[in-house]
Write a protein that binds this ligand. Structure first.
Ligand code: SAM
Length: 433
């Protein structure tokens, strides 16, 4: 078997599973034969090929279509997957071209739907190697977004921000960490060779195996994107306050809430995902009451001081780490999620004491799951009123404050320092009486 064959096969199969079955990349890879038995190095290689494939799908397809007499989508599924993952390696990854071409042809030979096309695959990939860079010149990072997503971002943010966001998501994100005890931040920044971001998160350029880093085992910090660390800081909490984290797993925000000394209830629909919260709390020595339940029907024994609603969403703000999500989601998912989010806001309002605070956030860049959703709250849920977020609550991201007092974070922010995930955040209080 030639070197690198198994990870390359896994990458091509995973590509097909994402596109056809709308599986996440990680689930798709785990379902490929051999993946579990591969060395760490081969698994990392398979992940890198597939992640790069989705980050650069539009540009790579343009190059391939320019070299094929029939459009790529008319080729058999197996041949398409091999052409795309092979061309991705040639165009965007440092691999020996000979190894890429010969392995891809060998993989084609082993598939009934690609065997007849192995001569074509060989010829096209050789041309990608020779002419690819030139053929990429007229393409742009925004070509890598599905049409519906590119159109919605252009309409919401304008062409300049669209380009900056599209650029940002061609690159894998750095590793951001939230430190449990803010007084130890400088110590951990030195120990981890990390920089301290304006919001207090630590940032490392290299990711690697998080569990092997200093401070992981003793639970001194947890991995959490800088943008994701902002919503929990917008609740006023302390020892004695009661707060419900309504969609809690894997628990990044639960840990932030628990670290304030508040009495935290962490609720999630998924028992399995709640297990991650339990592990995270155990490792960091923080405590919260865990509840497996539905945010739409949960009723606390007593009304609480605060609710954090990190609602399920299309997650288009996290494409830097899940680039395949752009191709799994559809335009009509946005409206469906926004209706669910609205129901969750209603349920959250019922859990609050008069004067209690609700922070709503979504890791989506779709305005339907952000500005439009928040804009309807005061009209639809009369118990809630706006509680505008103030610039002095937003160290380093003051520019993300909207005129309405909401926060719109995008991957175009902090571009020089490695960007951040896209998030929308709004805050409300429950009217007295
Ligand atoms: C965006 S993730 C939450 C991330 C989490 N807040 C954090 O910071 O680590 C959304 C979560 O909502 C949960 N979820 C989805 N529908 C739910 C429902 N009806 N009730 C409670 N949790 C739900 C999912 O299981 C998922 O864990």
């Amino acid at each position: 078997m030639s070197d690198g064959l198994a990870p390359r096969r896994a990458a091509a199969l995973a590509y097909m599973a994402v596109m056809k079955q709308r599986r996440t990349l990680e689930a798709a890879l785990e379902h490929t034969p051999e993946f579990a038995a591969m060395s760490d190095r081969d698994r990392a290689f398979a992940r890198a090929i597939t992640a790069t494939t989705f980050r650069r799908l539009g540009q790579t397809r343009t190059v391939l279509n320019g070299l094929l007499s029939r459009p790529l989508h008319e080729t058999s599924e197996g041949a398409q997957a091999l052409l795309i993952t092979g061309a991705t390696q040639l165009l965007w990854m440092d691999g020996a071209p000979h190894a890429v071409v010969s392995s891809t042809v060998e993989l084609a030979d082993a598939r009934s739907d690609a065997r007849k096309l192995k001569g074509l695959i060989n010829a096209v990939l050789r041309r990608v190697d020779r002419e690819g860079r030139e053929r990429l010149k007229p393409t742009l990072p925004r070509d890598n977004l599905p049409d519906w997503l590119r159109d919605s971002w252009r309409a919401a943010y304008g062409p300049g921000t669209l380009s900056r966001m599209a650029n940002a998501i061609t690159v894998a994100p750095p590793l951001d960490l939230t430190v449990k005890d803010p007084d130890t931040r400088e110590h951990w920044a030195r120990a981890l060779d990390a920089t301290i971001l304006p919001n207090g998160s630590l940032r490392r350029d290299t990711v690697g195996d998080v569990r092997a880093l200093p401070g992981y085992r003793e639970g001194a910090w947890w991995a959490q994107d800088a943008a994701a660390a902002i919503p929990a800081t917008l609740l006023t909490l302390g020892p004695g306050s009661s707060v419900i984290d309504l969609c809690a797993a894997p628990g990044g925000k639960t840990m932030q809430l628990a670290a304030t000394g508040a009495d935290v209830t962490a609720l999630d629909l998924s028992e399995k995902r709640l297990e991650r919260v339990r592990e995270n709390l155990g490792r960091t020595g923080l405590s919260a009451t865990l509840v497996a339940g539905d945010a739409l029907t949960y009723k606390p024994a007593q009304p609480v001081d605060a609710v954090l609603l990190d609602a399920p969403c299309t997650a288009t703000g996290t494409l830097r780490r899940h680039p395949e999500a752009a191709w799994i989601k559809r335009a009509d998912d946005t409206g469906r999620m926004a209706r669910l989010q609205d129901e969750m806001i209603k349920a959250a309002a019922a859990m609050l004491k008069p004067g209690g605070q609700l922070v709503l956030c979504t890791c989506s860049l779709q305005p339907e799951e952000g500005e439009a959703l928040a804009g309807r709250v005061a009209g639809r849920h009369r118990q809630l009123k706006e509680s505008p977020i103030q610039p002095d609550e937003l160290a380093g991201v003051e520019s993300a404050l909207t005129p309405a007092g909401w926060v719109r974070l995008t991957p175009a922010l902090w571009a020089e320092q490695g960007g951040m995930d896209g998030f929308f955040i709004a805050r409300f209080t429950k009217r007295a009486g």
